[in-house]
Design a binder for this molecule. Structure first.
Ligand code: SF4
Length: 470
C-alpha cells in the first residue's frame, strides 16, 4: 500500500507529481491512500515520488488536466482516487475523455461542474464590509464555499479589487490583499467579520433600483441568489418586501380586465421554459473563452421563451455584470425609453447579448469596457444559437456591430444594413441598428438627438413589421 501525501486539499501540483510517478511505477488505484494536509491518518507511511525526467514526459490530454484542476477542488473525499483511476484508464484508452457516457468521466465531470458553480457563486455573492485598522480602511467579507475554491478564486478578487485592501474570511482559510501582496491565514468564523456598514445602503439602493416587478421570476431570483447566501447580502433584506409588493401587483393584474391578445400565441412545447432554465444554469459555469475569468458572472438573456421578438446587444456592462441581468445599466434604460416611444412592450421581447461575460480592463478602481474579439464572439455564439433555437422569434434585432456579427456570422456596416430585413436560415428576419450605448457616446447634443430619433424610428419599423407578420 502506498500513501501519497499532498500539502492541502487543493494541491493539484502535488497530486499530479505523485500520480505521474505512481502510474509509471504501475501502482493500481486500489493500492494508494491519498492524504491531504494531514487530514487523514498516516497508516501506511509516506510515498511522494519526485518529478523525474521520466515522469515529466508523462503525457495526458489537455482536457484531462483542465478537468482535474477543477475536480480536485471538490470536497468529495474520493476525488484524488477517482482522478487517479481516470488517469490510469486514459493510458489504456487515450480517447476516453471524449466518451461522455463513460461513468468515470461523467463522475469527474460532475465534480468539476459543481466546483465551477461554486467559484461563480463566490464571485457573485461575496460582499465586503468596511472596517478600519491601523493602516486605514480595510474591506472584509465572510463567505462559506462548498468546495476548496478559495485559493483558485483569489486571483479574480485581486484583479477585481486591486486597489482596495481586503480580506475574505472562510471556515477553511482566509486570504488577505494589502494592495500589493496576497497572503493566507487560518480559517475564521462569521463573527470575525463585521456585521454591517454604510456600504450596505449602496447595495440596497442599487438592488431596489434595478428590481423590476414586471419581470419578477421568484424561482430565477432564488437560483441566482440562493438563500444560503442571503445573510451575507445586504440587498437580500429587501427581497421579501419586493416580492410581496410584486405579488400584490400581480394579483391586481389578474383581477383587471383581460389585455389584448399577444401578437403571436405561444407555440413552444410545454418544457421550453424548463429547457431554457437548464440552459441558463449550464451557462453559469461556461469556460468556453477566457472572459469568464475576470467577470463577476454569466449574464444570460431574459424574457418570455415564446417571445416573437429578440433583441441582441453586445455584452453586459459594469452594472449588468453586478446585477446578473442584461440591459439594466444606462444604455438599457435608454433602450427601455426608446422601446416605449416606438410602441414596443419590452416585457414581450427576449433580450440577450452576443457575449455573456463583461469584457473590461481595470484602470484604477474603474472597469473599462472592451469590445469583444471575434474568437470570443464565436465562442459565445453557441449560447446565442441555443437561445434563438428555443425562443424561435419572428424577428431578431441586432443592436450594434458585435451583435450583427454574432447573428449573421460576418462583419456588417450598420449604415448599409439598417432599415432592411435580412432573411435568416431559421425563417426569422434579422434587422440591424445601432447599440443604445452608441447614443450615449455621441458628444454633440444636436447629433445625439438626431441619432436617437433614428434609433426610435428603426424600432418603430420593427414593431410594424412584427404586426404585419402576426
Ligand atoms: S463570454 Fe460566452 S463563451 Fe466566453 S466564457 Fe462567457 S459565456 Fe462562455
Amino acid at each position: 500500500m502506498h500513501c501519497a501525501l499532498l500539502s492541502g486539499p487543493d494541491d493539484f501540483e502535488g497530486w499530479r507529481t505523485a500520480a505521474r510517478g505512481l502510474a509509471l511505477a504501475g501502482v493500481g488505484p486500489a493500492d494508494i491512500v491519498w492524504q491531504a494536509g494531514g487530514d487523514a491518518p498516516d497508516l501506511f507511511g509516506q510515498d511522494r515520488p519526485p518529478a523525474t525526467a521520466e515522469t515529466a514526459g508523462f503525457a495526458v490530454p489537455k482536457a484531462f488536466v483542465e478537468l482535474a484542476q477543477m475536480a480536485i477542488l471538490h470536497r468529495e473525499p474520493e476525488r484524488f482516487a477517482l482522478l487517479y483511476a481516470l488517469l490510469v484508464a486514459l493510458r489504456e484508452r487515450p480517447g476516453m475523455m471524449e466518451d461522455r457516457a463513460d461513468p468515470l468521466v461523467r463522475r469527474v465531470e460532475g465534480l468539476a461542474k459543481a466546483v465551477r458553480r461554486d467559484i461563480h457563486k463566490m464571485r457573485a455573492f461575496v460582499r465586503f464590509r468596511e472596517m478600519q485598522d491601523a493602516d486605514g480602511p480595510r474591506f472584509v467579507a465572510w463567505f462559506e464555499p462548498e468546495h476548496h475554491i478559495v485559493r483558485a478564486n483569489a486571483g479574480f478578487f485581486v484583479r477585481r479589487f486591486a486597489s482596495m485592501r481586503w480580506s475574505i474570511l472562510t471556515p477553511d482559510i482566509s486570504i488577505h490583499w494589502d494592495g500589493e501582496t496576497l497572503s493566507e491565514g487560518p480559517g475564521a468564523s462569521a463573527s470575525d467579520a463585521p456585521a454591517g456598514d454604510p456600504i450596505e445602503d449602496v447595495w440596497k439602493g442599487y438592488y431596489a433600483a434595478i428590481f423590476n416587478p414586471a419581470r419578477l421570476k421568484t424561482g430565477a431570483m432564488l437560483s441566482e441568489m440562493p438563500k444560503k447566501y442571503w445573510r451575507n447580502l445586504p440587498e437580500a433584506a429587501l427581497i421579501p418586501e419586493l416580492v410581496a409588493g410584486a405579488q400584490a401587483r400581480e394579483a391586481a393584474m389578474i383581477a383587471a380586465p383581460p389585455t389584448p391578445p399577444r401578437i403571436r400565441p405561444a407555440t413552444r412545447p410545454g418544457n421550453a421554459q424548463g429547457a431554457w432554465a437548464a440552459l441558463r444554469e449550464e451557462a453559469v459555469g461556461c469556460t468556453r473563452c477566457p472572459l469568464y475569468r475576470d467577470a463577476t458572472r454569466t449574464v444570460f438573456g431574459e424574457g418570455p421563451v415564446d417571445a416573437p421578438l429578440v433583441f441582441i446587444g453586445e455584452q453586459p456592462g459594469d452594472q449588468e455584470d453586478l446585477a446578473g441581468r442584461p440591459f439594466v445599466g444606462p444604455a438599457g434604460q435608454l433602450f427601455d425609453r426608446a422601446l416605449e416611444e416606438a410602441g414596443i412592450d419590452r416585457g414581450r421581447a427576449y433580450v440577450t447579448n452576443a457575449v455573456k461575460h463583461f469584457k473590461h480592463e481595470l484602470r484604477g478602481k474603474r472597469r473599462i469596457h472592451q469590445t469583444p474579439e471575434t474568437p470570443e464572439i464565436n465562442a459565445c455564439r453557441w449560447w446565442l444559437d441555443q437561445e434563438l433555437g428555443l425562443v424561435r422569434p419572428r424577428i431578431v434585432v441586432a443592436l450594434g456591430v458585435t451583435a450583427a456579427r454574432a447573428l449573421l456570422g460576418k462583419a456588417v456596416t450598420i449604415s448599409r444594413t439598417r432599415g432592411t430585413a435580412i432573411a435568416l436560415e431559421s425563417g426569422a428576419e434579422a434587422w440591424v441598428t445601432v447599440h443604445p450605448s452608441f447614443l450615449l457616446r455621441v458628444p454633440d447634443e444636436a447629433r445625439k438627438a438626431e441619432e436617437r430619433a433614428r434609433f426610435v424610428e428603426d424600432l418603430r419599423q420593427v414593431g410594424q413589421r412584427l404586426k404585419a407578420l402576426a
